[in-house]
Design a protein around this ligand. Structure first.
Ligand SMILES: [Zn+2]
Length: 174
């Protein structure tokens, strides 16, 4: 399957599309200037807005990401992983001995975000997924040492909500 990136000229509105592979789309491995040129072919404008489709992450992408320090999904990849229904893949990444330490911290952060999301009442008849939350808590408790080592790599406001629910000694006023 192919993915697309679109660049729109903010002066004349001309849109140009290019197709990307799954890897290029997932890891932003493309340069819009190389793909589209640095000026609009219609009006020679230089201001653009862009949009693209992000592939769903799969095992292949997460494995490659976990072992390569130069690959990123996004600036908020822990949120993306935590919100995306990737629980099993997060655990696989954590269990894989080839996963880089830095990436393990991101995966732990994603587990914390799952717990965070299932903790705060969103109103409107929303019901938490208690079993998912419980599994995430168990997986974090198994990895307490690594979690403590991660320190501030785990988002602060997430720590405040999640850590009191874990089997660790943690105080918000350090
Ligand atoms: Zn233009």
């Amino acid at each position: 399957m192919n993915y697309e990136v679109t660049r729109k000229c903010t002066d004349c509105g001309l849109e140009i599309k290019a197709s990307l592979t799954k890897r290029e789309a997932a890891f932003h491995l493309f340069d819009t200037k190389e793909l589209f040129g640095s000026i609009c072919p219609k009006c020679a404008g230089k201001e653009f807005s862009g949009s693209g489709s992000l592939p769903l992450l799969d095992k292949e992408l997460i494995l490659e990401w976990a072992q390569n320090e130069n690959l990123y999904f996004s600036q908020d990849e822990e949120l993306m992983l935590g919100d995306g229904g990737y629980f099993e893949l997060i655990i696989e990444g954590l269990n894989n001995s080839l996963t880089l330490l830095d990436k393990k911290y991101v995966l732990l952060d994603a587990l914390c975000i799952i717990i965070f999301d299932e903790t705060l009442d969103r109103g409107d008849g929303w019901k938490p997924d208690i079993s998912l939350k419980q599994r995430a808590i168990e997986e974090l408790n198994k990895r307490k040492d690594l979690l403590i080592q991660a320190g501030d790599r785990i988002i602060g406001y997430v720590q405040k909500v999640v850590y009191p629910q874990l089997d660790i000694n943690w105080h918000s006023e350090k």
